[in-house]
Design a protein around this ligand. Structure first.
Ligand code: SF4
Length: 398
């Protein structure tokens, strides 16, 4: 374990229904593939006033970060919104805030803890808000893979690169082995840097972002890429395959973006003539090939803001963001690309009851759900993050 949540029991007067990791589940927010494309139901609106009061009581001691995929009922309390990397930098830019409440998922709170001062406390309102993609690359699995690479004689030729959406110990693994972190905005320049330092890249944990960047932005072919499956002997690869590959893609994916299909693109084009299809690079390669525009969450937001009035857009990213964009841009026709893909169930675990519970506890002097990364992990993870920031032009990027 690299991070340790600490919690204080609910104050006896708190009438909120909470689902703490491993104790209960909320069937309304865990519908998985059964989701018909609706957002989860809104929480009791009476909680809005309680959140306001608790936030006002904490004043400048508190800074609330809200990821773009959060629910509207939560995002309204964010002091700043953004993607995971922007939010981590925003946290680092607030040295006077005693509490950073991160409305996002676990790996994001870890990154905020890594980039903030030791005395600042990063809080994740629901400890069950994890990320299935980050969970697909465990440290022990990656260390085993590195041994396989060593046996195949390629470890010393390989630079590990991890997407921001990974646990702190995977970032630390990259830092320890001369590697780096990337975001969906800067994956190309990070890969170019890595391939100047080594002959191969181990790309963690999202195979789709790795493949889409290598093939569509860097001119590699699909044959330059192999997929390392941690659940198969030697990753399911032969020594020859490992030696021949330039990109060794970890077999991980986002359980939201990975579900958009080519059929959905065909269907929306038939349904809405003239529609522009805009997708995130975590989508499958075949889907991205059929899209008109590809880019990070920040790119998607910017593209819609700058779109011609009256234009039509089908967007392949998380449902909360797509619905918010549709609402905020009534002069455009904005639809969700797929009819059978869900919102991100773990992102949506941060709801108003959890936020109110965290804020009220902080206001009462109880630090709950603090996310801390151990110093050794933090040191190496920070090195991998810093390596990214040191690349030319990186500080100015989204
Ligand atoms: S949208 Fe995908 S990558 Fe983002 S938190 Fe959810 S599962 Fe993880």
């Amino acid at each position: 374990m690299t991070s340790s949540p600490t919690s204080t029991p609910l104050s006896s007067g708190t009438p909120l229904s909470l689902f703490v990791l491993g104790r209960q589940s909320d069937p309304r927010s865990e519908r998985g593939v059964e989701c018909p494309g609706d957002l989860p139901p809104a929480s009791d609106p009476a909680l809005v006033e309680r959140a306001r009061r608790a936030k006002a009581a904490l004043g400048d001691r508190l800074f609330v970060l809200g990821h773009h995929y959060q629910r509207d009922e939560v995002i309204q309390f964010a002091d700043v919104t953004g993607d995971s990397f922007k939010l981590a930098r925003e946290a680092a830019a607030r040295p006077n805030a005693e509490f950073i409440v991160f409305c996002g998922v676990h790996f994001m709170a870890e990154s905020a803890d890594i980039l903030t001062a030791p005395e600042q406390k990063v809080i994740l309102p629901d400890l069950a808000a994890g990320c299935s993609m980050a969970d697909m690359a465990r440290l022990a699995q990656v260390e085993d893979a590195w041994d396989v690479f060593a046996d195949a004689g390629v470890a010393h030729l390989t630079v590990p690169v991890t997407y921001m959406n990974s646990s702190a110990d995977i970032k630390a693994f990259c830092g320890k082995h001369g590697g780096v972190v990337c975001t969906s905005s800067n994956a190309k320049s990070v890969l170019q840097w890595a391939l100047r330092r080594g002959e191969k890249v181990l790309f963690l944990p999202d195979q789709h972002l790795g493949r889409n960047t290598a093939v569509l932005q860097m001119g590699m072919s699909l044959d330059d890429c192999v997929v390392y499956d941690p659940h198969q002997y030697n990753g399911g690869l032969t020594v020859d395959e490992l030696q021949a590959a330039t990109m060794i893609l970890w077999k991980g994916h986002c359980s939201v973006h990975g579900r958009f299909t080519e059929q959905a693109v065909d269907d929306v084009r038939a349904r809405i003539p003239g529609v522009n299809v805009l997708v995130h690079p975590e989508c499958q390669h075949e889907v991205v090939l059929k899209a008109d525009f590809i880019g990070s969450t920040e790119f998607i937001i910017k593209t819609i803001r700058q779109a011609e009035p009256g234009s039509k857009w089908a967007i392949g990213t998380e449902l909360n963001l797509v619905k918010r964009l549709a609402h905020d841009h009534p002069d455009l026709e904005v639809v969700f690309l797929e009819q059978h893909v869900c919102y991100c169930a773990t992102m949506n675990r941060i709801d108003l009851p959890h936020l109110v519970w965290a804020l009220e506890n902080l206001a009462q002097g109880h630090v709950v759900n603090q996310i801390t990364v151990d110093p050794e992990t933090e040191r190496y993870a920070k090195a991998a993050l810093q390596q990214m920031l040191d690349l030319p032009g990186e500080t100015a990027r989204d």
